[in-house]
Design a protein around this ligand. Structure first.
Ligand code: AMP
Length: 192
């Protein structure tokens, strides 16, 4: 079992690196952003409620994402491990995740934190917005809101995992393969 939190601000490359990690380690990808966008596409009440906040670049309530993650973990008992991408984003979510995983004796082993500075993030997100179709990637003000939400509510999680001895900061600038190699080294150092 390999349970990883892939952490970093919007535009740090979490989705890209997740895909490579899934291919290499056979993990199940749990991205709350993807799940919420699927709810919006399905037109569910939950999706509609989340959309109002996502369109402004604000976080959706903790209970909403905690419930989505819980039902995903519960329905995948045979997973080799999970990559948590975009979750947790608040200390409350991190505590809930610890509870869920401790209950099944499969705690998080490490938090990979992709480090990228703000100017680079904004540039990457605006570029992604040209092709991603994500409305929250096209407007600079919304992007700024997302980065502010990250700095205010999500960044404290680095200390949360550091205290548990699980924080692995990785330079998120460089080629996709260079960054991926650094991530793999961090995983092997921690897990083998
Ligand atoms: P992402 O695809 O991870 O960038 O998420 C897109 C948007 O979905 C965020 O800006 C939030 O509005 C919402 N979202 C995704 N994951 C979470 C989470 N764990 N907690 C709260 N809001 C979230």
């Amino acid at each position: 079992m390999l349970n990883i939190v892939l952490f970093g601000p919007p535009g740090a490359g979490k989705g890209t690196q997740s895909e490579k990690l899934i291919a290499k380690y056979g993990l199940v990808h749990l991205s709350t952003g993807d799940m919420l966008r699927a709810e919006i596409a399905a037109g569910s009440a939950l999706g509609m409620e989340a959309k109002t906040l996502m369109d402004k670049g604000q976080l959706v309530p903790d209970e909403v994402v905690i419930n989505i993650i819980k039902s995903n973990i519960d329905t995948k008992p045979y997973a080799k491990g999970f990559i948590f991408d975009g979750f947790p984003r608040t200390v409350k979510q991190a505590e809930a995740l610890d509870d869920l995983l401790n209950n099944i004796q499969k705690p998080i082993q490490l938090m990979i934190s992709l480090e990228v500075e703000k100017a680079e993030l904004i540039e990457r997100l605006l570029k992604r917005g040209e092709s991603s179709g994500r409305s929250d990637d096209t407007n600079k003000e919304i992007i700024e809101n997302r980065i502010n939400e990250y700095n205010n509510k999500t960044l404290p999680l680095k200390d949360f995992y550091k205290l548990q001895g699980k924080l692995c900061p990785i330079n998120g600038i460089g080629s996709i393969d260079e960054i991926f190699n650094s991530i793999c080294q961090a995983i092997h150092a921690k897990v083998s």
